[in-house]
Design a protein around this ligand. Structure first.
Ligand SMILES: Cc1cc2nc3c(=O)[nH]c(=O)nc-3n(C[C@H](O)[C@H](O)[C@H](O)COP(=O)(O)OP(=O)(O)OC[C@H]3O[C@@H](n4cnc5c(N)ncnc54)[C@H](O)[C@@H]3O)c2cc1C
Length: 413
């Protein structure tokens, strides 16, 4: 078979997986990354001497592609499964929210609301076709079937949390996929969440090592942009691009991560159901992964999705910390900034595609454009093509591999 020269745009997990597979198939690969580090949304940093994701990450038992990759890369013994506990912060109180029993005890809703919420969840888990939801707004559907109060207390904050000012535009197909996939990943005895001890960054490092070993090139600090720099096109036969798509709207995300001697909560994941909060998710990472991994300190993320022009992308880290910590103290009056040992802010400008009611993947197909069977020079594998499923590292591996085998299967350059 004819071997090709291939450029890959983006050294997130999708681009690295695509590059690695193509090198294994004998092609020549050059990967361009505009940042100074690899990893994209799965980038890492060090806290308490340990590598940690800049954005909170875990996987599910049904995440076959990433689990297989972890095994292939020799990291399987580090993959550990934990009980993930969830809670909702609503009107000055933290409510556990892990299953039917917690729902029954959830004070802000009456029994009719609870029954409706429970039935909607069961229905969405059982319903196997998403197409019927494609042109329906998630917020209208949820309000109609769960009832106004249950919608306003539970679903609206979640939609706002994930899609900020665009929450009313979101398709019910996206929400169906979230609930359907999650529901079907539940095992007997509760859902297990997977974490790679030592950090998911090890996947990125191992891919880098193998890419180098196969003589693949990785060029950092290089924004691939043929319309500005025609030389970028070089003599590449094909380009696989994991970069954002021009005709898709994205939201950014900001995380404030810190370690502290204080153990604030019993739960791992907290949805903050109050629009006044500057963060929508509070994660006590060390309620999933033992704090012994982080010199005995507790590690927290305060996370939020925001429009790309939000002030948090411009202002000083100090202001973000100040606003976040002021609200955190409202939730936990005992919270004491002085007990924090390390802290960091991370900004992701392109974190989530906005899955609108009329969302179609940008090439007009509901599946990945790679399924179209045509042979464009540029193959787009940006996560915006993942629909109606939610993007995540499992599907990133799937898309990276699919693009590589599609390209390898082409006979002409
Ligand atoms: C807050 C948050 C929490 C998350 N939690 C989870 C989780 O718990 N579990 C899970 O499975 N997933 C989670 N995800 C999603 C997961 O991180 C992503 O789906 C995955 O990392 C996407 O990988 P990617 O390679 O497709 O895209 P990206 O990571 O975005 O990589 C694209 C790369 O391309 C580079 N690039 C862009 N344009 C150019 C250009 N012109 N030239 C050169 N380089 C370019 C970018 O700098 C970037 O490095 C989370 C994401 C966020 C933001």
């Amino acid at each position: 078979m004819e071997k090709k020269k291939i450029a890959i745009v983006g050294a997130g997990i999708t681009g690295l997986v695509a590059g690695y597979r193509l090198l294994q198939q004998g092609h020549q690969v050059t990967i361009f990354e505009k940042e100074k580090e690899l990893g994209g949304l799965l980038g890492s940093f060090k806290i308490e001497g340990e590598s940690l994701e800049m954005a909170y990450h875990h996987i599910f038992k049904t995440d076959k592609y990433i689990i297989d990759l972890i095994e292939e890369l020799g990291l399987f013994s580090k993959l550990k499964w934990f009980d993930g506990s969830t809670a909702i912060y609503y009107r000055d109180k933290i409510w556990p929210f892990n299953g039917p029993l917690d729902l029954l005890k959830f004070g802000p809703l009456n029994i009719v609301d609870k029954v409706r919420l429970g039935l909607v969840k069961i229905y969405l888990e059982k319903e196997n076709t998403w197409q019927k939801f494609e042109n329906v707004s998630a917020y209208q559907w949820m309000e109609k079937w769960c009832g106004k109060r249950a919608y306003e207390i539970i679903w609206e904050p979640l939609l706002k949390g994930k899609f900020a000012n665009r929450y009313q535009d979101i398709s019910m197909a996206w929400l169906w996929a979230r609930i359907h996939t999650r529901g079907n990943s539940n095992e007997k005895g509760g859902e297990k969440l997977g974490y790679l001890m030592g950090g998911f960054g090890q996947i990125i490092n191992e891919l880098k090592k193998r890419i180098k070993k196969l003589n693949g090139k990785i060029i950092l600090n290089h924004e691939f942009n043929p319309s500005k720099s025609p030389n970028d096109l070089g003599d590449f036969n094909k380009i696989i691009s994991s970069a954002p798509l021009a005709n898709v709207d994205y939201l950014g995300a900001v995380t404030a991560v810190f370690s502290s001697t204080q153990n604030l909560s019993k739960y791992y994941w907290h949805n903050i159901n109050d629009t006044k909060s500057p963060f929508v998710t509070l994660i006590q990472h060390t309620n999933l992964v033992p704090s012994t991994e982080y010199r005995g300190k507790h590690v927290y993320y305060l996370g939020t999705y925001l429009p790309q022009d939000h002030k948090y992308f411009k202002i000083d880290d100090k202001i973000i910390f100040k606003e976040n910590f002021t609200y955190l103290k409202k939730i936990f009056p005992e919270f004491d900034k002085k007990q924090i040992s390390e802290k960091k802010i991370f900004r992701f400008k392109t974190a989530q595609h906005i899955v609108t009611k009329k969302y179609k993947t940008p090439l007009g197909s509901a599946a990945s454009p790679l399924d179209r069977g045509d042979k464009p020079k540029v193959i787009n594998v940006n996560f915006a093509n993942i629909y109606p499923e939610d993007r995540g590292i499992n599907l990133a591996v799937r898309e990276g591999e699919k693009s590589a085998s599609y390209l390898d299967g082409l006979t002409s350059g």
